[in-house]
Design a protein around this ligand. Structure first.
Ligand code: ZN
Length: 159
């Protein structure tokens, strides 16, 4: 069956950047599963999946606007170290949920100084053109319960 709205899709992937460096991959793990047509994966990848079927392999390059968006340099900010009062070991690469007027937002620590910490509110893949190699492993219809919930029930996801 072809991938369309309300298909549950299982796929393996390798994600590389423009320089050809592997950023992420499902190698050695379980395939990723998502419910097609529900925005569970980035728009560019969801579009590219349409009409493929189990056994297909393909490559797709996704521009930032169809991926994780452009980078906004104003989201890189210095905040007082005291803002992380409850954290003993503050290190670059750590992520925190920040409360903002627009709701919770994930920030990433870039640099830790004695008094100030540089944080980045951009998604780590913002501004990157994403090159995916996709292997579609399995396609099935979603159950009624999955459609009600808007996500896949599998791999130990239970209610
Ligand atoms: Zn559910």
């Amino acid at each position: 069956m072809k991938i369309g709205d309300n298909s549950v899709v299982y796929f393996n992937y390798t994600l590389t950047n423009d320089a050809g460096e592997v950023l992420d991959s499902s190698d050695g793990g379980e395939p990723l599963a998502y419910l097609h047509g529900n925005g569970g994966i980035i728009p560019g990848l969801e579009n590219a999946m349409s009409d493929h079927q189990a056994g297909d392999s393909f490559d797709v390059s996704i521009k930032p606007e169809d991926g994780y968006g452009e980078r906004h340099e104003e989201l890189v900010q210095k905040v007082p170290r005291s803002a992380f009062g409850g954290v003993d070991e503050l290190e670059p690469g750590m992520s925190f949920q920040a409360q903002t007027p627009q709701g919770p937002h994930l920030i990433h620590v870039l640099e830790v100084g004695d008094d100030e910490v540089t944080v980045d509110g951009n998604h780590p893949l913002a501004g990157e053109t994403l090159h995916f190699h996709i292997d579609v492993e399995k396609v099935r219809d979603a159950s009624k319960e999955e459609l009600d919930h808007g996500h896949v029930h599998d791999h130990g996801h239970a209610h």
